[in-house]
Design a binder for this molecule. Sequence first.
Ligand SMILES: Cc1cc2nc3c(=O)[nH]c(=O)nc-3n(C[C@H](O)[C@H](O)[C@H](O)COP(=O)(O)OP(=O)(O)OC[C@H]3O[C@@H](n4cnc5c(N)ncnc54)[C@H](O)[C@@H]3O)c2cc1C
Length: 334
Amino acid sequence: MGPKPFIDLGGEVIVNAAVKVDKSSKLITVKTGEQFGYDKLVFATGSVPVIPKFIPGHELQNVFYIKKSYPYIHNLTSKIAALRNIVVVGGGFIDADAVILAIGYLANSRLAKETGLELNRYGDIHVDNYGRTTVKDISAVGDCAQTFGFLTGRSDNIKLASTATAEARTLGHNIFGIRIKKCISATLGVFSTEVNGLAMAGAGANESSAEEANVEFISAKFSSPDRHPGTLKGTSNLTVKLYASPLDGSILGGEAWGGKSVGEIINIISMAIQKSITVYELVSFQIGTHPLLTSSPVNNPIIRAAEEIIHKIMHNQKARSHGTEPKQLADKEF
Ligand SMILES: Cc1cc2nc3c(=O)[nH]c(=O)nc-3n(C[C@H](O)[C@H](O)[C@H](O)COP(=O)(O)OP(=O)(O)OC[C@H]3O[C@@H](n4cnc5c(N)ncnc54)[C@H](O)[C@@H]3O)c2cc1C
């Protein structure tokens, strides 16, 4: 994002590397030696790729990391263009021309530590719901700042651009005093990607994260074409899987896969999780449909997956009222 909107508002942009922060005199020293004073300071130093220093050869030529640097990625692309055998780590025991390690990111928080800011066990800068660190007038947002799990409230380390911008927006509103209350108390984690034309997305709890956190859930999935009729050109099959609490039916998580509509379908599910919408409310979820744009009004996969969960909850209640342990109902294929 360019700095123009900031400059238009009267801001001045200085491109340099901050090497030292003196929090008592409120002075920043940059690489070229100049010093700048501040009233409020925001750490947005991002993250750096995990480098597995315990693996011999992690620094060999043709071992690459996915660094957030255009020249580095450009160089990587041109270097591997002529190579045939490329290992993406996780690919097993294979004799290669180049290795690409993409095994996660850690907060770029060395300067924050040297400044005396508190870090959590992942090395992320400790912040409150408004992005404020433990030091007065210093805040942190984005990949370098800590996040908390949406369901568990446990220390988490979600590093996403969507999360970073939400944090930056709320900090912008609250940096000179809390104006919008209870901004980001926990981070949901909404992911989407596309591989070979298949879009895939997830929000909140899924099977493994819910089991790991010992969260009870009922899940159901529903598939339907994302146009109607499904014979229309450009139609993809859209599948939605929802996870809900078996007690009150509130949506805990969701997954979606199929065509490009997945990118926004997961954002609807994210809203449902954030607002604790239940499967019972989704039955009357008011939607707009159009043959060329959406699934059929009778087969909206979010609503139909919610209905499947209601069916499963009722099935379980019925079995228990008869004194039997309910049998797990399999997902129906539609
Ligand atoms: C390959 C890849 C794909 C991704 N895809 C997605 C996606 O599809 N969706 C999504 O939501 N997220 C995605 N992400 C994650 C996303 O890029 C990050 O969450 C986001 O960039 C975080 O923004 P940030 O501003 O916190 O940090 P960064 O983007 O890391 O920016 C930090 C900046 O601070 C600068 N800096 C660091 N130290 C100093 C210093 N001492 N002085 C001055 N400047 C300093 C750095 O040079 C950098 O410009 C992806 C990441 C990668 C690597």
